[in-house]
Design a protein around this ligand. Structure first.
Ligand SMILES: [Zn+2]
Ligand SMILES: [Zn+2]
Length: 371
């Protein structure tokens, strides 16, 4: 029997989300119905909401989420009712060439795995509603394939556990899987939102000898130092001026840069701040027609590299365990990343708070979610 749940529905870009009842379909054989406990507000959600990234409407945004398994499909084998789970937008089949090569975020069957004979969510009038990333976490419950979920320890508070689904996976993952930072490295992280702060923590966890935070807000840079940044640079209006400030800290250029903003200018800055043989890792999502301009000479003569690390090139199931252990031992600070927790019913105010320079992550908690 399909369930009625309250969801925050996006009907038009630039408009507040509309909290209203929607119909959630039953889980199919390989799917699970998850009761939502907490969801993070990611900049990707904000970019869909303000229209800078495109999405088919109406839609339910939200992809950084923790919840409790409430129902399981007939063929689900790895999860049981009551499990606390974190979702990922990159489910992996485990069988294709990319999965077998250890690159599950590039799974070749991801579309097949998300394919479904009917929509997950519908309006009460029967109109289909799109679910962002195949999840749609800004709802009291959602349905996803078993492969999209990792089980976590109940002892991790829901308010911080949701971060494992996107910003921590992407940021820490970029440092340890994408860039493969070591104790020899000097790292600059451009952008200090949730992903950037997680990348700073990832670089620190990996032992980098310098971790330089770059952000337009001085307050953010102070905050970044609490998470392991050794220096901070205020991003200037002109990228060339920011580059000069970075050069003052690291005259040879950095061995690694990690871009966590999602703009061509910051991606190009990430490349330009590299020393010889350095690698720029670009994380931010940009509009589909975005092109980057980099110097061919700097690339070829300098043995420089520029790469993506979509969702932190994660191996979600093992990453969740790695991050959990680092959180438990106090080496990964998730608690201070949640700078604002509020109720799901005030999600629109949560999006408004994202522009505050002291915000790292806003998390919405679901009213009846007993964590
Ligand atoms: Zn995200
Ligand atoms: Zn695959």
């Amino acid at each position: 029997m399909p369930t009625q749940v309250t969801a925050a529905v996006m009907t038009k870009s630039g408009q507040p989300l509309d909290l209203r009842p929607v119909i959630l379909d039953d889980p199919l054989d390989h799917e699970v119905l998850v009761r939502t406990l907490a969801a993070g507000l990611c900049h990707s959600d904000l970019h869909y909401l303000d229209g800078s990234l495109e999405i088919e409407l109406p839609a339910i945004l939200g992809h950084e989420v923790v919840g409790t398994v409430e129902r399981v499909g007939a063929a689900v084998s790895g999860l049981k009712i009551g499990d606390r789970v974190v979702a990922t937008v990159t489910p992996a089949c485990g069988l294709c060439r990319q999965c077998l090569a250890g690159r599950p975020t590039q799974c070749m069957r991801v579309d097949q795995m998300r394919a479904r004979p009917r929509p997950k969510f519908m309006t009460t009038d029967g109109e289909p509603i799109n679910a962002l990333g195949g999840i749609g976490a800004f709802a009291e419950a959602f349905v996803v394939s078993e492969a999209s979920l990792g089980v976590i320890d109940d002892a991790i508070p829901a308010k911080v556990a949701c971060l494992l689904g996107c910003c921590v996976t992407t940021g820490v993952g970029a440092a340890i899987h994408g860039a493969r930072v070591t104790a020899e490295d000097t790292v600059a992280v451009i952008g200090c939102g949730g992903v950037g702060i997680a990348a700073i923590q990832g670089a620190r966890l990996a032992g980098a000898r310098k971790v330089v935070a770059v952000d337009t807000s001085e307050q953010k840079l102070e905050l970044a130092k609490r998470f392991g940044a050794t220096d901070g640079v205020v991003a200037q209006r002109e990228a060339v001026e920011t580059l000069e400030l970075l050069r003052a800290i690291e005259p040879e250029g950095f061995t690694h840069t990690i871009e966590a903003v999602g703009r061509a200018a910051t991606a190009e800055l990430a490349f330009n701040a590299l020393g010889a043989a350095g690698t720029a890792t670009i994380l931010g999502l940009m509009p589909a027609d975005t092109a980057l301009r980099i110097s061919a000479d700097a690339l070829v003569y300098g043995d420089r590299r520029i790469q993506g690390a979509y969702m932190g090139a994660n191996r979600f199931l093992s990453d969740v365990d790695i991050f959990t252990d680092h959180y438990r031992s106090g080496r990964l600070n998730l608690d201070d990343m949640v700078t604002q927790a509020r109720t799901f019913s005030s999600i629109n105010e949560g999006f408004a708070a994202m522009t505050d320079p002291t915000t790292v992550r806003v998390v919405v908690e679901f009213e009846d979610a007993a964590s």
